[in-house]
Design a protein around this ligand. Structure first.
Ligand SMILES: *Cc1c(COP(=O)(O)O)cnc(C)c1O
Length: 486
């Protein structure tokens, strides 16, 4: 008789079984979400580091002094590759979203300290990561999203700098942006922000640990005067398990505003640089171990592999009739759309293509078309993130991309009206949970969880519905996934 209700071997057996149904996290067949160095021994090292700090509470580096050492060394490494001086300080956070949230909160509070009153504005290109929409929502900033060129996804520096003003608490540029892999005009925007006394954040969540080793880029990091903060995710091209990112800030006094501190309760003094209280030190320790194992040379070697694979994929996809790469991608990511310079019966809908590539065993990410504030429409695209593991499977991947293209060339995009026409009419009021669930069921997305085999129709529905309705339906879909079974 064991003291457990269920034997550990059975519990772990079930966990392994559940994991079998997941998208594969290794091997390069999933081209988003996972960042595979392709080095099994690096994953082993990370797992061992997590195990060693498993019982630690990362909340208190004075009690668990290892946490301070790990964090200091991780910050030192990232500050070095991002050309930060000794007046650049920072925090390890639990992920890109937390780094972005804290960059916005810090800028808002500094703006208020400088005398800003009323509602502050957050200024960014429309391609800025959704984490900044979340930040504006959480922290009460007005979101001012500047339209980009719909054919390239690039933003004009002037379009951003023209909108700087005394109510702007923070202007954000990306290095590069997630949707189209564009490197925003950091130098121009940071110079204008500096002249106006406005904070400028560079969101390098995805690029932060790979662009420092990319050839031929214009400066985009702390080497640029006027850049006041940078976010860089360790759990992306730092190859760490999820739960680690860095937020670096220029100027100690600016950064201290990031902290929340109170001695005004009857418990222990709470002094937190980040959003969580008690927290794991696992991903911090894993990141720290990976950084020491790879060093600058190791990161450079892995980046070079990404660069070779990315160039090869750009060449392959550019050579496929009916597809087009959006803009000029910087870093190991690509957005692909339909080439409307060829006749319609030779064009390839990027979402049909992604679905078809999936049937060949590779998972690409579908990105919806959206309308910008200036009325122009950004194309629907398919996203690929390239990691070091890609190089070993490049020939297979290339063959799958080309075969899938041949199989869907000329197939017209899903018409949202065709899908939506079969739905019960939508009332004008806010949807309650039952109504939303009923609509999902009518779309074949109800109970039973799991997404359909083909995603193009789902994306078309989302494109065809007003955003608040689409957002409410997706909320219901995700919420129902985790409701305890009756
Ligand atoms: C991934 C990403 C984020 C958000 O990071 P999470 O770690 O997913 O929270 C922010 N900005 C960019 C450019 C990203 O690629």
């Amino acid at each position: 008789m064991s003291e457990f209700e269920t034997e550990p071997a059975d519990i772990l057996g079930r966990l392994r079984e559940l994991r079998e149904a997941d998208a594969p996290t290794h091997g390069g067949h999933v081209l988003s979400y996972v960042y595979d160095s392709g080095m099994a021994e690096l994953d082993e090292l990370a797992a061992a580091a997590v195990r060693i700090v498993q019982p630690v509470n990362g909340l208190d580096p004075t009690t668990f002094t290892s946490v301070a050492v790990l964090e200091r060394e991780v910050l030192g490494f990232v500050r070095g590759i991002l050309h930060g001086d000794t007046d650049v300080v920072g925090s390890v956070t639990t992920g890109g979203t937390e780094s972005c949230l804290l960059a916005v909160k810090t800028a808002r509070d500094n703006w208020r300290k400088r005398g800003g009153t009323g509602q502050p504005r957050l200024l960014a290109p429309v391609t800025v990561h959704a984490a900044f929409q979340k930040a504006a929502h959480y922290f009460g900033l007005e979101l001012d999203l500047v339209s980009v060129d719909p054919s390239t996804g690039a933003v004009e520096a002037d379009a951003l700098t023209a909108r700087l003003g005394p109510d702007v608490a923070l202007v954000v540029v990306s290095a590069p942006s997630y949707p189209f892999a564009g490197l925003d005009p950091v130098e121009e925007v940071a110079a204008a922000a500096l002249a106006a006394g406005i904070d400028c954040h560079v969101d390098a969540c995805i690029g932060g640990l790979v662009l420092p080793f990319w050839a031929g880029l214009r400066p985009w990091d702390f080497a640029v005067p006027g850049v006041t903060s940078i976010s860089a995710d360790l759990h992306k091209f730092g190859y760490s398990p999820k739960g680690a990112s860095v937020l670096l800030q220029r100027d100690r006094d600016r950064q201290r505003t990031q902290y929340f501190a109170t001695t005004r309760w009857p418990g222990y003094p709470v002094v937190n640089p980040t959003i969580l209280g008690s927290k794991s030190a696992g991903s911090l320790a894993a990141s720290w171990a990976i950084i020491h194992a790879l060093g600058v040379d190791g990161f450079a070697r892995l980046a070079a592999s990404c660069e070779r694979s990315t160039s090869a994929l750009i060449a392959t996809i550019s050579g496929i009739e009916g597809l087009r790469i959006v803009g000029s991608p910087v870093g190991p990511l690509i957005a692909v759309t339909s080439d409307d310079s060829v006749p319609a019966d030779r064009q390839i809908d990027p979402h049909h293509w992604a679905d078809q590539v999936r049937s060949h065993g590779w998972l690409l990410q579908l990105q919806p078309s959206i309308t910008q504030d200036n009325g122009t429409r950004l194309p629907r695209t398919t996203h690929l993130t390239i990691t070091p593991v890609t190089e070993g499977v490049l020939a297979e991947l290339t063959a799958a991309l080309a075969a899938a293209a041949d199989e869907v060339r000329g197939v017209p995009p899903v018409n949202p009206a065709d899908v939506l026409g079969s739905l019960p009419p939508l009332g004008s009021g806010a949807l309650d949970s039952e109504t939303a669930f009923g609509l999902l069921t009518a779309m074949g997305l109800g109970a039973g969880g799991g997404l359909p085999e083909r995603m193009a129709p789902l994306l078309a529905i989302m494109e065809g519905l007003p955003a608040p309705v689409a957002e409410r339906l997706l909320t219901e879909l995700l919420a129902r996934l985790v409701e305890p079974l009756a």
